[in-house]
Design a binder for this molecule. Structure first.
Ligand code: KG4
Ligand code: ZN
Length: 337
């Protein structure tokens, strides 16, 4: 069966074509337009501008995905699109396009939870993965520790009380004068830096719960920037980025270990933009490998938003005959509610 996946929840207009092969679907095309240019001067995503950019690009991206996959629209048998959570305007553009196209082609359209999409991205790379397993979703909008039980039943162990991990990377990066989104750049600059250069706070790290908080880190970076000269920041940017990355990654890893110990689960799935972070991958495999805990990541390009993960999430559900009617999914619902 040939699936189309459409993602438009934030600042990426994305479309993928997947063939449902076994054991895992094959990605025939995965096209994406990233709106970085539209938003970088504002240092963050502007919802209204994002919606307009999706409207402008969606048909182009869908056509390009069909071409890359060497498929005609008539060969597509089902469409999956991001139903939520995400920005309302951008979501509406994707949903309307997907449902209009599906109606025209007389095929079904399924609304998919974006966070379930991030989990499905890792599933694409996992040879075997049976629920229950622990999931960490770390993106620009979410930081959640959730157990996936059989039948797509989710159990929330903890989430951020304020900023998401990706948001922390981006906002701290902005304070340091780095572009948007700063997450990938902080990872790159930090690679050659000294992680012990400065100790940034790790909020809630030692609490016996799965909660995160990153807003204090932002304040701490602000104070740090204010109490040093711009030259000092520039000259030591590698060390500062390494220290900052270490604070965020250390907190995430600590909470994952807490959750693994609490649940006794033997498989961990990590998804969302921040799961592209090399240091996070290294730290988690350092913990999981010697303990025989299965660690599942998407390839780094599939960690950030894309259409393949949305189609993959629909395929996972279709295989378990658990696809929901559109009306049953509330778009702004977090995974575990
Ligand atoms: O999943 P995603 O593409 O969009 C949302 O659903 O939010 O995640 C985007 C976030 C941004 O905050 C970006 O800075 C962060 O993921 N990110 C990274 C890396 N690549 C992307 N953060 C740290 N290290 C990276 N390599
Ligand atoms: Zn995302």
């Amino acid at each position: 069966m040939i699936w189309m996946g459409i993602e438009s929840s934030c600042d990426e207009t994305a479309c993928a074509i997947l063939q449902d092969d076994f054991p895992r679907p094959r990605i025939l095309a995965n096209e994406l337009y990233s709106q970085i240019r539209e938003h970088e001067i504002y240092g963050g995503v502007v919802p209204e501008i994002a919606a307009r950019a999706h409207l402008e690009k969606i048909a182009v991206i869908v056509r390009s995905a069909l071409q890359k996959a060497n498929k005609t629209p008539k060969e597509i048998q089902a469409i999956a699109y991001t139903r939520g959570p995400g920005l309302m305007g951008p979501l509406l553009v994707g949903a309307n396009f997907a449902r209009g196209l599906a109606r025209d082609l007389e095929i079904p359209a399924y609304g998919i939870n974006h966070l379930e999409g991030h989990i499905a991205a890792a599933w694409l790379f996992a040879e075997t993965l049976e629920a229950p397993f622990l999931t960490l979703t770390v993106s620009g909008g979410h930081t959640e520790l959730v157990v996936e039980n059989p039948g797509f039943r989710y159990e929330l162990l903890g989430r951020t009380r304020d900023d998401a991990a990706g948001e922390a990377f981006d906002k701290c990066g902005k304070l340091l004068g780095l572009g948007y989104p700063a997450g990938p750049l902080i990872g790159k600059l930090g690679k050659t830096g000294n992680r012990k250069f400065h100790h940034f706070p790790r909020a809630l790290k030692n609490r016996d719960n799965g909660d995160f908080s990153f807003s204090g880190l932002k304040t701490s970076v602000l104070r740090y920037v204010e109490s040093n000269t711009p030259e000092f920041i520039r000259e030591n940017i590698h060390d500062i980025c390494a220290s900052l990355e270490d604070a965020i990654v250390d907190t995430l890893v600590h909470k994952v270990i807490w959750a693994l110990k609490k649940t006794g689960l033997r498989n961990l799935v990590v998804g969302g933009g921040v799961s592209a972070n090399a240091r996070l991958r290294e730290r988690l495999s350092h913990y999981c490998e010697p303990r025989g805990i299965g660690l599942h990541f998407p390839s780094p390009p599939l960690s950030t938003d894309n259409g393949a993960m949305i189609a993959a999430a629909a395929i996972r559900r279709a295989r378990e005959q658990a696809l929901l009617q559109n009306s049953e999914i509330k778009p702004w619902m977090p995974l575990a509610d």
